[in-house]
Ligand binder design. Structure first.
Ligand code: BGC
Length: 410
């Protein structure tokens, strides 16, 4: 059995604790009752106080002779999270760890149930990519009671149970998308010329969407303020442009409405600042089906989903911000193992891990709501038709098939 040195890092905690006031910030009492009804096991209510009662496996996880990595992912059916989960699983299993992975079907309550189950299955550490990072406080209190440390993966979690965060620099993702539109339209030298743009933001349940929006607006706001960039729909705010669950269908629906309401008279659409690739598929389809102009519309995205890479080669999307998942999951693996070995988690890890990709260490950027998390932030990369093959295919991350589609390399 490998050593469980991280236990020495935390003060001993009672195995039964009061969790009053630990509910998710946005969660209603009804939500919590539902969750308890679903679990059907350990939670008890005593005059408004919810006592956490842990299973024997949760109480004894440190001494059970096994090191189990608990992974909670948002959804198996979404390309990016499917890859994340499977890369993580593979990395840990190849190193001899047991992995218990659960997928939440993009549902908040399912993820809370998943985490509750992982704790009571007796996992030794929890790696979580949150569906909604503000809704996990109550289940993370269970993890804390069982002395199970938590590392946030890709998405921020609002809970003081979380001290470590591995992700890409979300603000930089937005910045790269804004720069693409600025540079392709040459906004700096536009003079009196004006351009029309629409904005499709991410899901505000996910704090990454916030960082992304701010990063993009940091670049484009001056041109909106000067009038060089116009938004015919008038929708520019974070919430009025958001896309629930970053969904293809929602983005398609909204963009179709915008195109039929504001562009049917022949108004030219020059650019869509679109938060990610799933939403960009919906936008590209809306442009194909409901836009009559024959100009190439600039369309941004993030992730490098295979369908979007094909759209980029076909000219239906003009860029994506590639976030290399093999690298992000490698960083997560190394941070997790270093933590479990009781090593210091900080700047030095970038050296000792020997990563051959860019990672920035920050302890003053992303907060868990109480304190800044020790964060490892990878650097995203702009992909256009010009560098796609060189950066993604020649490097071995994807293969390009004879019919022009792409496959993620194993
Ligand atoms: C991730 C993006 C992803 C989006 C939707 C964000 O939290 O950082 O890469 O496109 O969620 O799944």
């Amino acid at each position: 059995m490998k050593g469980k040195k991280w236990l020495a890092l935390s003060a001993a905690a009672a195995l039964v604790v009061s969790a009053a006031g630990c509910g998710g910030t946005g969660g209603s009492a009804a939500d919590e009752t539902d969750t308890q009804a679903q679990t059907g096991e350990t939670a008890e209510e005593e005059s408004g106080d919810t006592a956490i009662v842990l299973s024997d496996a949760a109480k004894n996880h440190a001494d059970d002779g096994e090191e189990i990595i608990g992974i909670s992912m948002p959804a198996e059916h979404l390309p990016r999270w499917n890859q994340d989960g499977n890369y993580l699983k593979k990395n840990f299993e190849e190193a001899g760890y047991t992995v218990d992975i659960k997928w939440a079907d993009n549902k908040i309550d399912t993820q809370r149930q998943d985490i509750h189950d992982l704790v009571n299955d007796g996992v030794d550490i929890l790696l979580i990519a949150a569906v909604k990072g503000t809704e996990l406080n109550d289940v993370l209190a269970e993890a804390k009671a069982a002395e199970i440390p938590v590392i946030a993966y890709d998405r921020i979690i609002d809970s003081d149970s979380v001290e470590y965060y591995v992700s890409f620099d979300n603000d930089m993702v937005g910045q790269l998308e804004g720069e693409h539109i600025r540079d392709m339209l040459d906004l700096e030298n536009a003079g009196d010329k004006t351009y029309n743009m629409e904005i499709v933001s991410g899901d505000s349940n996910d704090k990454n969407a916030d960082g992304y929006y701010n990063g993009a607006m940091g670049v484009l706001q001056p041109y909106l303020a000067s009038g060089t960039l116009q938004v015919p729909s008038g929708e520019t705010g974070y919430h009025e442009t958001e896309t629930f669950q970053w969904s293809t269908e929602k983005a398609n629906e909204r963009m179709t409405n915008i195109l039929t309401s504001y562009y049917a008279d022949g108004t030219q659409l020059d650019a869509v600042l679109c938060a990610n690739d799933t939403a960009a598929i919906g936008v590209a389809d809306a442009i194909r089906d409901s836009y009559s102009g024959d100009n190439q519309v600039l369309l941004t995205g993030q992730d490098g989903d295979v369908d979007n890479l094909k759209n980029i080669m076909d000219g239906r999307q003009t860029m994506t911000v590639y976030k290399c998942l093999p690298h992000e999951t490698q960083a997560m693996y190394d941070v997790t193992v270093a933590f479990m070995n009781g090593e210091e988690i900080g700047l030095d890890l970038i050296q000792t891990a020997g990563w051959d990709f860019d990672v920035v260490y920050a302890d003053d950027r992303y907060s868990n709501g109480t304190d800044y998390m020790k964060s490892f932030l990878l650097t995203p990369l702009t992909i256009t038709k010009d560098n796609l093959i060189e950066e993604l295919v020649d490097t071995g991350f994807y293969t390009m098939n004879d019919d022009g589609t792409f496959t993620v390399a194993e």
